[in-house]
Design a protein around this ligand. Sequence first.
Ligand SMILES: NC(=O)c1ccc[n+]([C@@H]2O[C@H](COP(=O)([O-])OP(=O)(O)OC[C@H]3O[C@@H](n4cnc5c(N)ncnc54)[C@H](O)[C@@H]3O)[C@@H](O)[C@H]2O)c1
Length: 277
Amino acid sequence: MSIDPAAVTTRLFDVRGRRAVVTGAASGLGLAAAEVLAECGARVTLADIDSERLAEQAGRLSAGGCDVRTAVVDVTDDASVRAAFADAAAAYGGLDIVFANAGIAAVPGYANAGGQELHMVAEDAWRKVIGVNLDGVLSTMRAAAGVMKPQGSGRIVVTASTAGLRADPMVCYGYIASKAAVVNVARQAALELAPHGVHVNVIAPGPIKTRIGGGVGAAMGGARAARAYGRGRGAEGPRAAPGIAGRELHDGCRDHDRRRPVARRAGRLVGLLSSRG
Ligand SMILES: NC(=O)c1ccc[n+]([C@@H]2O[C@H](COP(=O)([O-])OP(=O)(O)OC[C@H]3O[C@@H](n4cnc5c(N)ncnc54)[C@H](O)[C@@H]3O)[C@@H](O)[C@H]2O)c1
């Protein structure tokens, strides 16, 4: 039997007609993922708390011929997440792809001038970042599973961080705690949902210049980031984001478990998001 590698690749990465929701889609990684999915033919709901940027970016994608809609959502408000998912599922007749990506950095870590040291961890900063990065991801995954599990198919991808796999002096305590937690929440959900045809994966990007933390990534870039992380340097976003996410996931997971690298090349994110992957 002969195999056509191009046809296999096309099939694995084919998202045409797939029904997607991306949170944190008005900026950075979420916008890059929404854009690549929409340009590859998926129908994408861009969900974000920032209604102005959301309208601006969705308008740009629509004008480029993409099939997109928007949902103004605060992922810390479970009712708002449920309503957005109910709307999207009703509009599309189901959901194939959910990218639980919305996240914040709250305050900088101790390696930044004036950054958060352990004795400075304040309840409000801790709650704020846990609220978006952990509670918000849980709400998003729960809403996604509510549609996908009965449907018997779907792909959920969660944005964690290399800061969820090891310590990271550039980010605050709430951030490392939330990112480590979502990795394990996703593992548990992956076990539960796989028998129902729903696959759950996590990406763990390294530093990328986006708008997070008011552009902390941009400010810290270059030599300082390389020193803090002990390797590499901040990547330029947001267009670089999906590819870098794949590579950093590979790096992070290789550090974490040398025997089983998870993603081997840039673009893997689309494979994870594809319902045919
Ligand atoms: N940029 C990096 O260096 C980096 C590295 C690792 C992981 N990440 C993760 O990637 C994800 C995306 O971050 P980014 O770098 O693209 O940042 P970004 O700030 O450019 O984009 C994040 C988006 O999430 C939205 N958002 C924030 N709070 C929200 C809420 N409560 N409800 C709905 N939307 C909300 C923002 O409005 C924004 O559009 C985050 O989970 C972040 O932790 C980023």
